[in-house]
Design a binder for this molecule. Sequence first.
Ligand code: PMV
Length: 319
Amino acid sequence: MEIMASAPGKVILFGEHAVVYGQPAMAFAVNKRAFINLKPGSGEKSIIKSSDLNLAISIDLNEEKKDFKREKKSIINYIIAALYEVHDGSPLDIQLHLEIPVGAGLGSSAAVTVATLAAAYQHHHKKISTPQLAKKAHEVELTVQGRASSLDTAVSTYGGLIYLNEHGEIIPLNFNLPNSMVIGYTSYRGNTAVMVGSVREKRDRFPEIMDPIISSIGRIASQARKLIAEDDMDLNYLGELMNINHGLLDSMGVNTKEISNMIFNARRSGAIGAKITGAGGGGSIIAFCPGKIDEVLRVLQKTDYALQVDLSRTGVKIH
Ligand code: PMV
């Protein structure tokens, strides 16, 4: 039987990097998804294909497990590592379709991991609860990339807006502001593990300076959570929190000239808040620009890539 599962990408609104040190963070699922089609294979080996990414590989899942640490990080590795968690090794035919642009900081790897796990569990008629699926997906990310907080995989599993508190608990929040978010991204994407490592180095060298910065970022995420719960939320206040969060990320050394240009162009074109989203060192920004979407898209697209994203309440799904 053929199974299709999908999971959404994500945008981190507050708290990247600080979340690695146990601070709270906030992220939302976007209306761009990863789709996995899975069916029993006809050949001796499993086939993994994606016409979006222009790739096709064949692999024997019965052979000794791959050592992901020695290989280049590729989206295919997340699929293989997810299959190792639940699949018996028999040949499969897998197709990956991505609406999420790779390299835009929208968490394509987490979405692919979550969708693959959901499809594989379904294939084996095994039940898995939502919290267990989020946990498994996080373990797969750790296997492939070494370092990762549970934020991306939680958002891809649950959908909607997620607050990860200081105890690592996932708290779904009720919030929606359609037509207000734009992602800008450069063609050069920073490497998450490298960026996390460089922040750690800085923190080791300047603990008394960096620790308060890390806790301030956590406080921004917790203030944002309170703000979002208010009936007549002040949008400018939310934007300002994003701008302060960006300044603190800059002080952690994860900003670049290209990112700065995008941030200031977005703000000049009407964004009331703009910050790095994700690991930085290249990569992506999120601009909060209610009523100014077109202006912000236009200015960002002059030099880089940009797209509008909206929150999606739909987490992982079997179709
Ligand atoms: O670059 P992304 O979208 O994978 O986000 C990384 C976020 C960090 O906080 C820097 C790392 C993490 O695992 O949370």
